[in-house]
Design a protein around this ligand. Structure first.
Ligand code: NAG
Ligand code: NAG
Length: 453
C-alpha cells in the first residue's frame, strides 16, 4: 500500500510551481507513506492494527478486544476515582489557574500563539494511572517511553500570561453546559486531554458511545452536571470515507453537504471545539453541486491534481457560515483549533522518526508552507465572523506552539515495548498525535481562557 505510493508522479503533477522552500514543506507531508498517515489519522480504536508490518500474534489480539467490548464491560474502561486531593494540585492552587475572569472582554485578548516554551518543574495533573481515558496509542509512559523531560515545559506567551490549567475553574464554567469536540483524531486527542485534566478533580461517567468504533462518545461529570462529548467528523463536511479493502482509495468529500451527525446536534451544545486538517492530506475527490470540482493525489483517476488547501478552505469557511446561519442568535462558542504540525524527520519505520527530546527554540524552527497555509485558513475563517453576535467564534491558535514540540509525540511508544523485536526491528512511529500528558494539555489551557473570555 504505502510502499508503491506514486511519489514522483504525484510531485510532478502537483506543485512544481511552488517556490522551493514551500515545495519542500509540502513534500514532507506528501512523502509520508499514505498507508501510515491514513492509519494514524483514521483509526479511532484504542489499539491499532498496522497495515504494513507483520506483528506478533499477541498484538493482533488487542484491537478486537476493544472493538467488541460489550457495553456491560464499559465499567472496566471508566476512569478510576479521582486521586487524593492535592496530588499535583498544591503547586497549582485554586487561585493561580482559577482566575479566568482576568481575561474578560474588558482587556484586549492575549495573543497566546506568540511565545516560547520554558522549563517547568511541576508535575502534570494526570498520568496513565490516574486517568482511565488515555487512548492506548498516546499512553507513552505506560508504553515504556524512558525520558520524562517532555513533561516539564510550560508555554509562556510573550506579552501576557497563560495560567496553568485549573480543573476547578474549567468545571465551574462547564456546570450545566455541554462542550463538544468535533473533528479528526487530533480533536479526539484534545478532548481526551481535557477529560484527563478534569478527571484529576472530578470523575467523568461515560454515558454514551457509538457501538462500533468509539467515534461518538459522551461523558458527564455528575457532580457538576457537566457534559463533554467527542464527535467524529474528520473533514467537518460530509465524506464517504475511503475503503481500501473495497478498492476505494480516495475520500469522497462533499463540500456543499454538512455533516449532520454533529451539525444537527449543535442546538444542545454550548461550546464546540472544531479541529480538522490532516485528513485533507489523504487522497480525496472533492464534490460540489453534484460535480467533481477537484481532487488530491488522484493520478490513478486520470484527473488533474488540485491542491488540498482549497478544499480545506471551503470546508472550514462553509461550515462556519452554516453554523452562523443556524445559530447566529444563540449564545454559544465555536472555537477552531489551528493545524497541529507533525514532526517526522527520519524513516517512519525506524526508531528515530521523531527523535528529539527537547522543544525547539523559536528561531530554530519556523512554520513550513503547509502549516502556515492551514493555520491562516482557520484564522481568516474565524475572523470573518468576528463580533457577529451572541454566537462567538474563536481560534485556538496552537500551530506555532505545537510546531516547537518535536519531543511531544509518541514516536515508537504508540505501542507497548516497541523494541521487543530487537534494535533493528521495524517499528511504526506516531509523530502526529501527542503523548498524554504532553503538549496538547496546553491547547486546553488556552481553551480555558477562551471559554471564560
Ligand atoms: C444540566 O446540563 C444540561 C446541559 O448539558 C442542561 O441542559 C440542563 O439544564 C442542566 N440541568 C440542570 C438541572 O441545570
Ligand atoms: C485520460 O484523460 C485524457 C483526457 O481527458 C484521455 O485522452 C485519456 O484517454 C484518458 N486516459 C485513460 C486511461 O482513461
Amino acid at each position: 500500500m504505502g510502499t508503491n505510493f506514486p511519489q514522483s508522479h504525484h510531485l510532478q503533477t502537483t506543485h512544481l510551481s511552488l517556490p522551493r522552500k514551500q515545495f519542500l514543506s509540502y513534500v514532507l507531508y506528501a512523502l509520508l507513506p499514505l498507508a501510515l498517515l491514513h492509519y494514524l489519522l483514521f483509526n479511532p480504536l484504542a489499539a491499532p492494527k498496522p497495515p504494513l508490518l507483520a506483528q506478533p500474534q499477541a498484538r493482533e489480539a488487542a484491537p478486537s478486544q476493544h472493538r467488541h467490548a460489550p457495553v456491560n464491560a464499559l465499567e472496566e474502561q471508566l476512569p478510576p476515582p479521582p486521586p487524593a486531593p492535592g496530588r499535583g494540585g498544591e503547586a497549582l492552587g485554586e487561585t493561580q489557574g482559577g482566575d479566568v475572569s482576568a481575561s474578560g472582554s474588558a482587556s484586549p485578548p492575549c495573543d497566546y500563539s506568540d511565545g516560547e516554551w520554558v522549563p517547568d518543574a511541576r508535575p502534570p495533573l494526570y498520568d496513565g494511572t490516574s486517568c482511565g481515558t488515555i487512548k492506548d496509542g498516546q499512553n507513552c509512559m505506560a508504553h515504556g517511553r524512558p525520558d520524562t523531560g517532555y513533561l516539564h515545559w510550560r508555554w509562556r506567551p510573550r506579552r501576557c500570561d497563560l495560567p496553568a490549567f485549573s480543573p476547578e475553574a474549567f468545571l465551574r464554567w462547564l456546570r450545566n453546559r455541554h462542550l463538544a469536540f468535533v473533528g479528526d483524531s487530533m480533536a479526539r486527542n484534545q478532548g481526551e486531554s481535557l477529560l484527563c485534566l478534569l478527571a484529576s478533580r472530578s470523575r467523568p461517567d461515560l454515558v454514551y458511545r457509538d457501538g462500533q468504533e468509539n467515534r461518538f462518545r459522551r461523558w458527564v461529570f455528575r457532580e457538576h452536571n457537566a457534559t463533554v462529548s467527542i464527535f467524529w467528523s474528520p473533514l467537518l463536511v460530509r465524506v464517504a470515507e475511503k475503503a481500501e479493502h473495497a478498492g476505494v482509495r480516495h475520500n469522497n468529500v462533499f463540500l456543499d453537504s454538512f455533516d449532520e451527525r454533529w451539525m444537527s446536534r449543535l442546538g444542545g451544545i454550548d461550546a464546540a471545539v472544531l479541529s480538522v486538517g490532516h485528513w485533507f492530506l489523504i487522497p480525496g475527490v472533492y464534490h460540489d453541486g453534484g460535480r467533481v470540482v477537484g481532487c488530491h493525489d488522484c493520478a490513478d483517476l486520470n484527473r488533474t491534481e488540485t491542491a488540498f488547501f482549497g478544499a480545506f478552505k471551503e470546508a472550514v469557511r462553509r461550515t462556519l457560515a452554516e453554523v452562523a446561519r443556524r445559530h447566529g442568535a444563540d449564545s454559544k462558542l465555536v472555537a477552531v483549533t489551528t493545524f497541529s504540525p507533525a514532526h517526522f524527520e527520519g524513516d517512519w519505520d525506524k526508531a528515530g522518526a521523531c527523535p528529539r527530546r527537547h522543544p525547539y527554540r523559536e528561531d530554530e524552527k519556523g512554520l513550513g508552507y503547509t502549516e502556515k497555509e492551514m493555520r491562516r485558513t482557520v484564522l481568516e475563517a474565524v475572523a470573518a465572523h468576528a463580533g457577529a453576535g451572541p454566537l462567538r467564534f474563536a481560534a485556538l491558535d496552537v500551530t506555532r506552539l505545537a510546531n516547537l514540540r518535536p519531543d511531544g509525540h509518541p514516536g515508537p511508544y504508540m505501542r507497548s515495548d516497541p523494541f521487543a523485536g530487537g534494535p533493528d526491528a521495524r517499528v511504526q512511529n506516531d509523530c502526529v498525535h501527542w503523548c498524554m500528558p504532553g503538549p496538547i494539555d496546553t491547547f486546553n489551557e488556552i481553551l480555558l481562557q477562551t471559554v471564560a473570555g
